[in-house]
Each structure stands twice: as C-alpha cells, then as structure tokens.
Design a protein around this ligand. Structure first.
Ligand SMILES: [Zn+2]
Length: 306
C-alpha cells in the first residue's frame, strides 16, 4: 500500500510484523503479567482494527490457517450495498447447490425474473466499476495540495493556541509557587493558601485537557493526509485487499444510499456515488457534458492498475 516509515522509506517486513503482533492496535493491552494470549481493553481507545481482525492476523502469522474459512458475511461483502435496479429491493445472497451438489454462492433479487449472478463475477464487475470512477493522477495531486494547505493553516492555528495554553500554565505554576512561599514565610495561613490555589488548580486542569485535545489535532500530519489520499487514489486495490469491516465501511462511504445494480443486464446505476467522492472523481458521464466549462479542460485518463 506504499506505507512509508518516518525516514520516507518503505517499511521493512520485520517492522510490519512487529506492528501486526501488537494488540494495542486493536485497542487492547497485553502484558507479561497476564496469561499467554490474555489482553485487557484500553480505556478510551478503540484501536484501529477489530479484535477479530487482530486474532485472525495472529493465526496467519503462526501459519494456522484452519479456522480461516470465510464466514457467510465475508463471502458476500456487497450484500448490504447492492440494490436491485428493477424493484429497489436489497440484493440477497445465498449458495444454492448446483446439479452436481456443489455450492454456488450467488447474489440475487428475490423477485422472480430479476436475475442472479455468481459472487466471483459480481465482485469483478464491482472492482471494474470502482476503477472506472477512480480520479486521475492530476485530480489526486490537486486534491492532496488543497487538503495539505487547509491542514497547514489549521495546524498553524493549533500551534498558536497550544503555546498560549502553555504560557498560561507556566503563569499558574509561578502563582502556585508564590502562594507556597507566602505560606512558608508566614504571610498567609493554610486556609488562605487553599482558597487561592484551589481555583488555580481547576484552571490548570482545564488547560491540561485543552492541550490534550489540541495535540490530537496536531498529530494529523502530512503523512496522515498522504495516507487518506492514497485511499482515494486506489479504491479498487484497497477494496480487494481489505477485510469485511473495511470493505463495508468503504462501500458506505462511496455509496451512502446503496448501489443500484441491474442483475440481468449486469449494469450499475450511475447516480449512487456519494457527492463527496464524485467531486474529485472524473466520472465518464461528465466527459460528454459539453455544457460544463470546468470538466472540459481536464482529460479523462484511464486508471492504471498493477
Ligand atoms: Zn428486483
């Protein structure tokens, strides 16, 4: 996927392996004090992958493939996305037995005569379709530039705000110190000191919270943007490589209201793409739209894939 390390080089296999072995990415801690394989949920962090995916990865790393037969849902990743264009009902999935007794997993509409299609063919058609709506290199470059500039502006504001908070904390700390000095020198008593410092401590805690929030924003770095843009640039490849959860999340992002498909004609609907995505996509339709002064300038390049 072109993920690079801090020094800009592609990450090594050992690094990747190290990452895959760490349950923290699933939002769980494992410690030597715990039983082998036992994990503890991390408070306030849900992880980047599901525990299910993490456990699956451990099996693959150990070479244990026995339990890796896909679940029913995994066989039909498009199940909750596809809609029959003839009747508007969700397209179902099932695996009827063929004449020879073998299972044949298929997508179909439950209305009679609306057709059915094997999963392999359907998935191929879907991948071909998302390749077709993939933005060209020029558009992605432009999009990246806009996102980076917006983020840089936001980062500048965040940094200003952060240093303001830190100065305030330093001020509070020096006030707290003078209060302690005053107490030690007998200028004020314990009660007076508490009254003065309690309010300061509350303010200090608030600032600490604010700093944590701002630091989160600060972490949205250029590499994060790069990663997100890669996602937009290679949807077909990512869809093929993803697990069920990511596929479904991705499908919902691209087709928030489902994707219409004419099972008989093997044709996708053209108006289902999310507006967010279609803005940066060079849909083929826009090419024929001679009234648009914007798209006329931009060539539609065929997407290239490995
Ligand atoms: Zn139908």
């Amino acid at each position: 996927m072109g993920v690079k390390s801090k020094n800009g080089k592609l990450i090594k296999f050992t690094t990747l392996n190290g990452i895959l072995l760490q349950s923290v990415y699933a939002g769980y801690n494992s410690s030597p004090r715990l039983l082998d394989g036992e994990t503890v949920k991390i408070k306030d962090f849900d992880g980047l992958i599901s525990l299910e995916t993490f456990n699956k990865n451990q099996k693959i790393i150990k070479g244990d493939m026995r339990e890796l037969t896909p679940s029913d849902d995994e066989l039909y990743p498009l199940k909750h996305t596809l809609i029959c264009s003839k009747c508007g009902k969700p397209i179902r999935a099932s695996a009827p037995r063929t004449g020879s007794g073998k299972k044949s997993p298929r997508y179909h509409c439950c209305e009679k005569g609306h057709g059915s299609i094997g999963v392999a063919e359907m998935h191929q058609l879907f991948v071909d379709y998302i390749r077709e709506i993939t933005p060209n290199d020029g558009t992605i470059k432009l999009f990246k530039e806009i996102v980076k500039r917006t983020a840089a502006k936001k980062l500048g504001d965040t940094n200003k705000e952060l240093s303001k908070c830190r100065v305030e904390i330093t001020n509070i700390d020096s006030k707290l110190n003078s209060a302690l000095d005053a107490l030690l020198e007998g200028k004020i008593d314990q009660k007076e000191k508490a009254r003065y410092t309690d309010a300061l401590m509350i303010k200090r805690n608030e600032l600490d919270q604010k700093i944590l929030e701002l630091e989160k924003t600060q972490r949205i770095s250029e590499s994060t943007i790069e990663y997100v843009c890669n996602f937009i640039a290679k949807p077909a490849k990512l869809w093929l490589d993803s697990d069920l959860e990511s596929r479904q999340a991705f499908q919902t992002t691209m087709f928030p209201n489902g994707l219409h498909f004419d099972v008989k004609e093997r044709k996708f609907g053209t108006d289902d793409l999310s507006p967010l995505y279609s803005v940066i996509c060079n849909k083929k339709e826009s090419d024929s739209d001679s009234n648009s002064s914007m798209v006329g300038q931009v060539g539609i390049e065929p997407a290239l894939y490995p």
